[in-house]
Write a protein that binds this ligand. Structure first.
Ligand code: SF4
Length: 370
């Protein structure tokens, strides 16, 4: 039995599919995704952005394929990308076939929108032939006309009906390697739609609040929407949609998962808001530390607390800790226990060095265990 049952999240049991070499669903870690915004036909620029997004921690990256030049560039892109690529296709079934042939690991395509049965069969066959999975992506803003007429407005029932309609088409073609999303820009609608969908299918679910907004407001909106669903155990892969650089979407995605204890990446910095009791400039210190620690992907925790009111308590729960004190120096904690006094002026360099050492230690232990 868990010692802390109040923090356990029981994940919904979904079937597992593969997006390239990344498992999605089942007991796989919740995969974090983003999307490029370069011209896909410019393979060089797209690959440079993919490198940056992957460096930030992306497990999967989506690339739009609006025309033939884009799907042609996919050959080069998928050949050199460090992570699996999802091709985003709307309406043009040929783009789907081309993307599958050119190395896409997954097609984001709604089979009900690509025309005749023959065309659907061709796309599904191409996906089967080239080991592609698919994502059915229902969006509250582009629901089928007959559903809007039937329900009067985008609502959870209409979104789920749309998703199951597309899913049934794939099932009729004996294709089960698909995941589903039912995104909307409204948090209530999105959450209700995913809850209903989770009851109606075993397919893995891709979560997102679409068109969430800029970095700050979009992060808040996504954290509430995705946080609510993830807390309920729903969600196998996430994309935080922000009007910001794709790398930011990855950072926010991991921060949401970290907050819920669902996935850990990099240094989890626990810091106080600071007040008149602070023994050093907490805000500026944390800003600098976050930048200097961003290259570490190994999960660990670091507490940086302004004074002894909360410092020792937080330090006890973290791998490395620093608590401000008097006389331009504070206390360094290692493994939860006081280790030595540390001057404020040396603190940032020392904490960075300790985190790097800890990362190397953990990685060496992991390699030895493999
Ligand atoms: S830990 Fe100390 S410095 Fe930080 S906010 Fe609390 S009382 Fe203020």
């Amino acid at each position: 039995m868990s010692v802390r049952p109040w923090r356990d999240i029981e994940r919904r049991k979904s079937r597992q599919i593969m997006v390239g070499n990344v498992p999605v669903g089942g007991d796989a870690p919740i995969a974090v995704q983003s999307m490029t915004n370069t011209d896909t036909a410019d393979a060089k620029a797209t690959l440079e952005q993919i490198e940056r997004i992957a460096e930030a921690g992306a497990d999967i990256i989506r690339v739009s394929c609006p025309n033939e030049d884009s799907t042609a560039a996919m050959k080069e892109i998928t050949k050199h990308s460090p992570v699996p690529i999802v091709a985003d296709i709307h309406f043009h079934y040929k783009r789907g076939i081309e993307a599958a042939m050119n190395g896409a690991a997954c097609l984001r395509i709604n089979p009900g929108n690509i025309g005749s049965k023959e065309r659907v069969a061709e796309v599904v066959q191409a996906a089967k032939d080239h080991g592609c999975s698919m994502r059915i992506g229902v969006n509250g803003g582009s629901l089928e006309k007959h559903l809007l007429e039937q329900y009067g407005e985008p609502c959870p029932e209409a979104m789920v009906e749309s998703a199951l309609y597309h899913a049934n088409i794939l099932e009729e073609h004996d294709f089960q390697d698909y995941k589903i999303s039912v995104k909307a820009s409204d948090v209530f609608l999105t959450v209700a739609a995913y809850h209903a969908l989770a009851e109606a299918t075993e397919a893995p679910l891709h979560l997102g609040i679409t068109e969430a907004g800029g970095l700050m407001s979009g992060t808040i909106k996504s954290s509430i929407g995705l946080g609510n669903l993830l807390w309920a155990g729903i969600g196998d892969t996430i994309r935080v949609s922000l009007s910001a650089e794709p790398e930011e979407e990855i950072r926010v995605g991991f921060d949401i998962l970290k907050s819920l204890g669902l996935r850990h990446r990099g240094v989890n910095v626990i810091s106080c808001p600071s007040c008149a009791r602070q023994g050093f400039d907490v805000i500026r210190t944390v800003e600098k530390l976050e930048k200097r620690l961003s290259h570490i992907s190994t999960p660990m925790s670091l507490s940086v607390i302004g004074c002894v009111v909360n410092g020792p308590g937080e330090a006890r729960e973290t791998d490395i800790g620093f608590t401000g004190g008097g006389a331009e120096a504070g206390m360094l904690y290692l493994g939860g226990v006081p280790a030595s006094k540390l001057k404020n002026e040396d603190m940032i360099d020392k904490l960075v060095a300790l985190c790097e050492e800890k990362a190397a230690e953990i990685e060496a232990a992991q390699t030895a265990a493999e």
